[in-house]
Design a protein around this ligand. Structure first.
Ligand code: 23J
Ligand code: MN
Length: 247
């Protein structure tokens, strides 16, 4: 009947929004920057516009298979080559917010997924699976939660991603700065969400928000990345549509 409640799962692109910090031996992600070109002034009397500088993995963003070495040869693995049907599809939400409030290193495990399926049914093939942690409500340094031994934020164990791949999911999304836990480098394989998902040709979404406004099942996700030639990912607007509800 055309009725749907629309929830915006996107953070505002803002130079102050944290970006991932990798161990110092690696290249680093540039923050979002905005440079004024003109503002109805001598540089352009009737218009205002900006030059933008950003990493593909800035703010609320999409991860393509070629982001990771395991997915480097996936056909159509760059953002410009992914079939557009992949950008509209069903979404389910696994609520890990209570556990993540207690434990910054909270792990999404197969047991949690199986318990979710007992309550809500089997995860449908081709669905996006989002891990709700309410981490998007954190501000400032609490978001990356960096300690001397690196960042601490919740994420999936390798076996959880393997189970989601058995279900044939389309992709996996989180409210944290990555699809992997802050301490995800210490799993086998390191960064299992990135390694396993992208190796299987699946997608990622990171830095999502407002997952607390979604039902566990029944919503549709619209998540088309920018069409960057050979791009490994892209900031994007992510919208959820909840049929039969009104805003
Ligand atoms: C590069 C290296 C490691 C990671 C990431 C990027 C991300 O989380 C990302 O934004 O895809 S873990
Ligand atoms: Mn990314």
């Amino acid at each position: 009947d055309g009725q749907a409640r629309i929830v915006d799962l996107t953070h505002t692109l803002d130079p102050d929004f944290p970006v991932i910090i990798l161990p110092p031996e690696f290249g680093q992600c540039a923050r979002f920057r905005m440079e004024e070109v003109s503002a109805y002034d001598h540089r352009g009397p009737a218009w205002k516009w900006h030059n933008l500088t950003l990493n593909e993995h800035t703010g609320t963003h999409f991860d393509a298979p070629i982001h990771w070495v395991s997915g480097k040869d996936v056909p159509n693995g760059a953002v410009d080559a992914i079939p557009p049907e992949m950008f509209v599809g069903p979404v389910v939400v696994i609520d890990c917010s209570e556990g993540a409030a207690q434990d910054a290193d909270f792990e999404l495990t197969p047991d949690i997924i199986l318990a979710w399926e007992d309550a809500h049914g089997r995860i449908p093939a081709d669905a996006w699976v989002l891990m709700r942690t309410d981490w998007s409500k954190r501000r400032g340094t609490d978001y990356l939660n960096m300690h001397n031994d690196g960042p601490h934020s919740p994420g999936p164990v390798p076996a959880a991603i393997e189970l989601l791949l058995e279900r044939g999911i389309r992709g996996f999304g989180t409210e944290t700065v990555g699809t992997d836990a802050g301490q995800g480098a210490h799993y086998t394989p390191p960064y299992p969400a990135h390694y396993l998902l992208h190796g299987a040709g699946k997608y990622g979404l990171q830095c999502l928000c407002n997952l607390d406004q979604l039902p566990p099942t029944g919503a549709m996700l619209i998540a088309p990345p920018l069409k960057i030639k050979g791009g490994t990912g892209s900031p994007l607007r992510v919208l959820a549509l909840i049929p039969g509800e009104t805003t």
